[in-house]
Design a protein around this ligand. Structure first.
Ligand SMILES: *Cc1c(COP(=O)(O)O)cnc(C)c1O
Length: 381
């Protein structure tokens, strides 16, 4: 591969990426001395900036027994008591047989599908699933078909047509999709999977865990369908302001993952201290109802003001269309002190470039009002 050529290609397509160094302060970020409202954060509950929580956690720690490294994989000597406590808590919260913790959502999604399938399996995945799930599909020896985004009639047809040809079918979706902020119809998916004994359901709740459901367990909790989901994946790096991921599942699945999942077996486990922080936040999760409600309120407020939007969650896209317009509006917003990403093809379909606002509980209402007024100024609503 000619590296220089590849990079020039990316430049020409407008897809060249580079790192931006930012300083963080609550809901604001600072870039070269200028202050911006952070509308691109996944810290949906505003926990990442809460100093009092950090202090409370640190003062609860027993330093001599708090490892800053696991120094081995879980299967060697890295399975510290902290892991057992966190998995036990997850199991109890979700009322499932089992739970297992991974280093990240990326590890979870690239590892679970290859471990749980073989060439007699079929994976049916939503067209818009996250890159980590796509990589998991690629690494598996299963056959795979992507169905049109949230098109359950097509999915039903695919399940019906292929049911007799495979030993196992796994339907894979996210609960909240990160680019449109829209949601999967989980009860409908459960209905489809329950018609066949060999169809399983895999739901990635990365953008919903913490922020949705009465006690923050996600969209499956909100829809009362946790028990019908075979693989319910959540991540600790977004609303939980930590690091890592988990799946809640049956004992049998957990046992299979421990034995076959390469991204679990061949990697050093997360540091016990991070696992303790995840547990510390998880135990407080039910008490963040006010934050969940507030984020919903400001999301609805913002969505109402946008001429072209989509979805129903705290991820609010403003559809623009053309790439150049999208970049222009994003730059104008930056001029007014708003940090929001311009999302362009190939991340989203051609002609649907958009600004993506992801809202957090630590954004004050007056900043949302200022955003709405600014949008009215720079683009006729
Ligand atoms: C962020 C994200 C992941 C990856 O999780 P990490 O813990 O950040 O690796 C997986 N799936 C979805 C849908 C995500 O949005």
């Amino acid at each position: 591969m000619n590296v220089q050529e590849k990079l020039s290609e990316l430049h020409q397509e407008g897809n060249y990426r580079s790192l931006t160094h930012l300083q963080h302060e609550g809901c604001y970020v600072f870039k070269e001395g200028k202050k911006y409202l952070n509308l691109s954060s996944n810290d949906y509950l505003g926990i990442a900036s809460k100093i009092d929580l950090r202090n409370e956690f640190l003062s609860s720690l027993d330093i001599p027994s708090s490892g800053f490294s696991a120094s081995a994989s879980r299967l060697q000597t890295g399975s510290y008591p902290e892991y057992k406590l966190l998995e036990e808590k997850l199991r109890l919260l979700y009322h499932t047989e089992s739970a297992i913790v991974f280093n990240s959502g990326y590890h979870a999604n690239t590892g679970i599908l290859p471990a749980m399938t073989d060439n007699k399996s079929l994976i049916l995945a939503d067209k818009l699933v996250h890159a980590s799930i796509i990589d998991g599909i690629r690494l598996s020896s299963a056959k795979s078909i992507r169905y049109r985004h949230n098109d359950y009639q097509q999915l039903e047809r695919l399940v019906h047509d292929h049911a007799s040809c495979y030993e196992q079918i796994i339907i894979v979706t996210e609960s909240i999709f990160s680019m449109d902020g829209d949601e999967a119809d989980l009860p409908r998916l459960c209905q489809i999977k329950k018609r066949y004994p060999h169809v399983m359901l895999y739901v990635d709740e990365a953008h919903a865990f913490g922020i949705r459901g009465a006690s923050g367990l996600g969209c499956a909790e909100e829809n009362g369908c946790i028990a019908d989901i075979d693989f319910l994946v959540g991540t600790f790096g977004k609303a939980l302001a930590s690091v890592g991921a988990f799946v809640v599942c049956s004992n049998l699945i957990r046992e299979c993952l421990i034995n076959r999942m390469r991204t679990f077996i061949f990697t050093t486990a997360l540091p016990p201290i991070n696992v303790s922080w995840s547990l510390f936040i998880l135990e407080k999760l039910p008490h963040f109802s006010a934050q969940r409600k507030y984020v919903k309120t400001i999301s609805q407020r913002l969505r109402r003001q946008l001429p072209r939007t989509a979805g129903s969650s705290h991820i609010v896209p403003m559809l623009i269309g053309g790439n150049d317009d999208c970049v222009r509006i994003s730059q104008e917003l930056a001029g007014y002190g708003f940090f929001a990403s311009a999302i362009r093809p190939p991340t989203v379909p051609a002609g649907t470039a958009r600004i993506r606002f992801s809202l957090s509980a630590n954004i004050p209402e007056n900043e949302i009002e200022r955003l709405i007024q600014t949008l009215a100024k720079i683009q006729p609503l």
